[in-house]
Design a protein around this ligand. Structure first.
Ligand SMILES: C[S@@+](CC[C@H](N)C(=O)[O-])C[C@H]1O[C@@H](n2cnc3c(N)ncnc32)[C@H](O)[C@@H]1O
Length: 314
């Protein structure tokens, strides 16, 4: 409804004015604005006629405006379309121990991406927008989690719109990144490139299960493994391991669960959607990587939405 955009351009509106501008009922708008105040997304104070007036807080200004550099609107819109219907079938997911995509969303493959890509351009862009917004928010924390000065070239496998790749080149001068993703994604990725593109970021279309991986000193795998069934995790890691010469790096970025699976909530809630993959702790990821010939795995909780782990090919 773009309430935050409206209050950004015209701070200090009353509920009735907001309702008029967004074409909604006064009663409903009042309830919405009050709920947003309770969540810390809006501030209210007494206006001229002793009626409350509303304005954005720093939190909503940073993450909820359409054009904010770190806007999470793409992610939120996707959650609205997919996570919300999935969680409305939580009892089914828990009873069956299986994902509910088909029942909740009418999807057939059980694969988030495949289904998004069968549903036409709007759904493809919705998926990419969601990936893009989170990568823009968290990319810098991932890119700066380690000293990467020993590497000159990176390949971001499943790098989608390139949002993370641009954060890597911004953070590391002299570093170039190839974004490798499926042809249908690479085809649309141009729409997401920053205004001033960086020729150190390039895009290659391919399938990381089928095609040869671009050569690089460092492979990046962000938000890929948690979504894959166990056998595909091993196929992909074997492939990356075979492409690496000794000393090459693999930088993994996921939510790392605490050792006793006591958090963080966003990782455990992601697990509760019971997709094909699974959520792991940093120790579990380190073991997985070691089983494919990677050593010296070091995990870092970045304090942002995604954590990071760097390891080297033995
Ligand atoms: C969950 S998204 C993560 C995007 C990005 N790494 C990030 O963290 O923002 C998964 C990405 O992997 C890509 N992908 C899935 N299967 C792939 C395959 N077989 N080959 C190449 N890319 C693939 C998808 O197109 C999508 O962009």
């Amino acid at each position: 409804m773009c309430v935050f955009d409206l209050l950004h351009s015209r701070p200090g509106l009353e509920a009735a004015q907001v309702a008029r501008e967004v074409g909604a009922s006064v009663r409903g708008t009042e309830c919405l604005l009050e709920a947003c105040v309770s969540l810390g997304l809006l501030r209210s104070k007494e206006g001229r006629c002793q009626r409350p007036v509303f304005e954005n807080t720093d939190l909503s200004a940073r993450f909820l405006l359409t054009d904010a550099p770190r806007s999470l609107r793409g992610h939120i819109a996707r959650c609205d379309d997919t996570a919300w219907p999935l969680f409305s079938r939580l009892d089914g997911a828990v009873r069956e121990g299986a994902g509910q995509r088909q029942k909740a969303l009418g999807e057939t493959s059980g694969d988030t991406l495949q289904d998004a890509f069968h549903n036409g351009q709007e759904d493809k862009l919705g998926f990419m927008n969601a990936m893009h917004s989170v990568a823009k928010v968290t990319g810098r924390a991932v890119a700066t989690a380690f000293d990467l000065s020993r590497f000159k070239t990176a390949c971001d496998l499943g790098g989608c719109t390139g949002a993370m790749a641009y954060e890597f080149t911004r953070a590391h001068p002299g570093f170039s990144v190839t974004v490798f993703d499926l042809p249908a994604v690479i085809e649309l990725s141009e729409r997401f490139h920053p205004l001033h593109t960086d020729n150190r970021v390039s895009f290659v279309a391919g399938d990381f299960f089928e095609d040869e991986l671009p050569k690089a000193d460092l492979y990046v795998l962000a938000r890929i493994l948690h979504d894959l069934p166990e056998e595909k995790v091993h196929i992909l890691l074997s492939k990356i391991s075979a492409a690496c010469t000794p000393g090459c790096g693999l930088l993994l970025s996921e939510i790392f669960l605490a050792a006793a699976r006591g958090g963080p909530a966003r990782g455990l809630l992601q697990a509760l959607s019971l997709g094909e993959g699974r959520q792991r702790s940093a120790a579990e990821y380190a073991l997985l990587l070691e089983s494919h010939g990677f050593v010296a795995a070091r995990g870092v909780h970045t304090g942002d939405l995604l954590d990071a782990m760097l390891c080297l090919k033995a």
